[in-house]
Design a binder for this molecule. Structure first.
Ligand SMILES: [Zn+2]
Length: 103
């Protein structure tokens, strides 16, 4: 079961990394627009920045989860050591804490 999840997470990381590189390409393309478009570009940059940080955080979470799978402690609450409910892991596969500790 973890092997399958690990594959799923790895695939997702690759997708996210591709998204981050696409964002960087957009930044590079945006550099040579003329001044009249600068305001719009700046707003666009903020959105792209937000998307990039989101993607990076998710990559971080997913690679942490993979490390935990490799260490055999995936699905174990980091705070209390109890098992994290399957239901919770389905919604939030990279969850580090059980519902009680997450609150
Ligand atoms: Zn807990």
């Amino acid at each position: 079961m973890t092997e399958q999840l690990k594959k799923q997470f790895t695939k997702r990381i690759v997708e996210l990394q591709q998204r981050v590189s696409a964002i960087h390409r957009d930044f590079a393309d945006g550099r040579d627009t003329d001044w009249s478009e600068q305001a719009g570009e700046r707003e666009n940059e903020e959105v792209l920045n937000a998307l990039e940080s989101e993607a990076k955080i998710e990559i971080q979470h997913l690679s942490n989860a993979i490390t935990r799978m490799e260490n055999g402690n995936y699905g174990i609450c980091q705070t209390c050591g109890d098992e994290i409910a399957q239901q919770r892991l389905q919604v939030q596969p990279a969850a580090l804490n059980c519902i009680q500790c997450a609150d």
